[in-house]
Ligand binder design. Sequence first.
Ligand SMILES: [Zn+2]
Length: 269
Amino acid sequence: MYAKPDSTTMKARVAKAGDAMDAALKSLSYGMSDDERRLSAVGLDGMRGANDPGRPDIAPNIAPLPDSAQRVPNEVALGRPSRQEAEAAVRTLLRWAGDDPTREGLIDTPARVVKAYEQIFGGYRTDAEVLLERVFEEVEGYSDVVLVRDIPFYSHCEHHMVPFMGLAHIAYYPTKGVVGLSKLARVVDAFARRLQTQETMTAQIADTIESILQPRGCAVMIEAEHLCMAMRGVQKAGVSTITTQFRGVYRDDASEQVRFLTLVRNNKG
Ligand SMILES: [Zn+2]
C-alpha cells in the first residue's frame, strides 16, 4: 500500500538536483546574449513574454508561478527554454527514436507536442490552494462527510514521463463550509498535470485540502494504472496501484477509514 517517502532522502535528492541545476544554468548563461541575460534578470514575467514574441494568442504578462505550484526553484523557472528550443528538443528525440523529423507526417509534430505539453503539464501554472478559497458557508449546519469519488485523472510519472491514469476519491468533514464539488476535481487536475509519483500526488491533494479547508478529517485515495509498468519494464497490464492519505479523524479513528473505504466501494461491484 502507501509507502511513506523518506523525507531525508527526498531532501538530499532535492539538494542534489539543485546543485546540478545550478551547474546547468551556469553553463547555459555562457551562451546568453546580453539581451537574454537582462531578460533573465527581469524575472518570470519578462522571460515568459520573451519566449513567445509575436504570438498574440499568448498573454504577454502571465502571473508568476504561485508558491504552491512550484516544485522547482525560481532559478530553474527563470531558465525556462523558449518554445522554439522545446520544439527543437522534440525533433532531437524523434531522431533519437530513429525517425526523420522532416518527413511530412512529423513536420508539425514538435509544435503539436509542445502545445499538448502546455495542457498536460498545465498544473505547474495552477495554484491549487486558490481553487479552494471560496467556500459556501450556508449549508444549514451540515458537518457530516462530503465524499467525491471516481474523479478521473491523467498524469505522467516523473521517472519515465509515461502516463499513469485512474480515479481519485476524496472525503472531508467540513468545519467552516463546503467547497464546490467541481473544485475538488480541479485540485486533482492541478497536481495530476505535472510530473508526478502517485504517492506525492496523493499527499499533495490531502495537504492542500487540509491547509485551506481545515477539515476535521480528510481522506484521499488514488487508484491508478501506470503505463510505464504496462508498456515497458515488467510489462504487466491491468495492475492497479492504490495509495491513501488519512488526516485528522481519518488518521486517528480506524472506523472512519472503514466508513470511507465502504463509501468508495459502495455499488461498485
Ligand atoms: Zn514510470
